[in-house]
Design a binder for this molecule. Sequence first.
Ligand SMILES: Nc1nc2c(ncn2[C@@H]2O[C@H](COP(=O)(O)OP(=O)(O)OP(=O)(O)O)[C@@H](O)[C@H]2O)c(=O)[nH]1
Ligand SMILES: [Mg+2]
Length: 416
Amino acid sequence: MERVLLIAVAISNKDRWQKADALDELTALTETAGGNMVEKILQIRPGYEPSTLIGKGKIIELKELCRQHKIDLLIFDNTLTATQIRNITEQTEVRVIDRTALILDIFSQHARTAEAKAQVELAQLEYRRTNLIGFGLELSRLGGGIGTRGPGERKLEIDRRRIRERISALNKILTRIDKERSVQQKNRQPFFKISLAGYTNAGKSSLMNYLTNAKVKVAPYLFATLDSNTKPLAITNHITVLLTDTVGFIRNLPHELVASFRSTLSEIRNADLILHVIDSSDSDIDNKIEAVRHTLTQINCEKQPVLMVFNKIDRIFENEIIRRLKRKHSNSAFVSALTGQGIDNLKTAILKHIKTELTTRTFTIPVSRGDLINRLYENGDVIKRVQNDNKITLTVKGYRLALIKISNDIRASLRS
Ligand SMILES: Nc1nc2c(ncn2[C@@H]2O[C@H](COP(=O)(O)OP(=O)(O)OP(=O)(O)O)[C@@H](O)[C@H]2O)c(=O)[nH]1
Ligand SMILES: [Mg+2]
């Protein structure tokens, strides 16, 4: 296991508190990537040193500290330029990466599907294209490890032109996958679409599994889910929605990832309702809620209806904390994906959002067409049924778009 020293630089008092939380999160990220956090440092200084971020004296201290603790890798919470990475590496004689490279490394370790793999490789190449100067030297001298995985060392040595070619090939692959998905979606029966969104580790996949019996991977570390999974979910006996679980967010999600994951993230953009899943037991809850809202705006989802779902309430033992959250966030749901507590209330809250999309229509069908009659029973509440000779008239309440599609299909099928 690589021995890692974490460092964050704050340039104001306000910044200082944020950076303290950021260092905790950086520890979780480091452990998720397979590193061993040995020491963390928060440095407060009036400004950044252009060439090395931290001052000369601090660099010397850092070098000594790394020697004492046998540090293999320095991870900066602050974003570093290629020149800064090179300078700090040279002066400390330890490999250096920043938070962005660490997150990209985790994504690259966790990518399983062809789409996720292509998206991560694209983000890594975009990142390396801007940081190319720092990398060649650092890698050839100090070998592999966290931050070097993914496209592979051989590929890192290719020049900018080759990187550009690979980026354009990856974009083609992703466009193709995206097209295939839109075709599939078009041919599907229309359903009310709900997407889970939220900070990484909030329990989105756990909730998905609880609600739909899906078998999505759940893990105590960050970014377990990198692709999307869609499953039907019966909200009432006759109203079924499609629920999608997808990649989680983090504060300052690297823009390379936001760009390359655009098609996975489009699952959230296409949703009729977003469930913003929150870990209620998190001490940094307000900042994480804000970070998710910011990311939703960044991916153009700010106008979509959102239902806040406070998860992990089984971990809260003080009723006052829940009361305070309920006061602050009325019209939210409070659940536990572990115990199932509050799930019925969540479904009721979802139903409220769907109600505006429900409609009532009347269909007249020959009795012989059991197939069409069944389809109506499967897609809504049959509130009236009248049979006259060989015709049956059904009044159905269901999802507007689904009933329109069935109505068109019935017309076409009876005509032929
Ligand atoms: N106690 C408790 N733990 C939960 C609950 N929901 C999820 N967890 C745990 O929280 C951790 C993260 O859960 P996931 O469902 O993987 O979270 P996620 O939001 O899908 O995370 P990423 O896919 O990594 O972004 C796991 O260890 C779960 O077992 C809950 O309601 N109560
Ligand atoms: Mg997940």
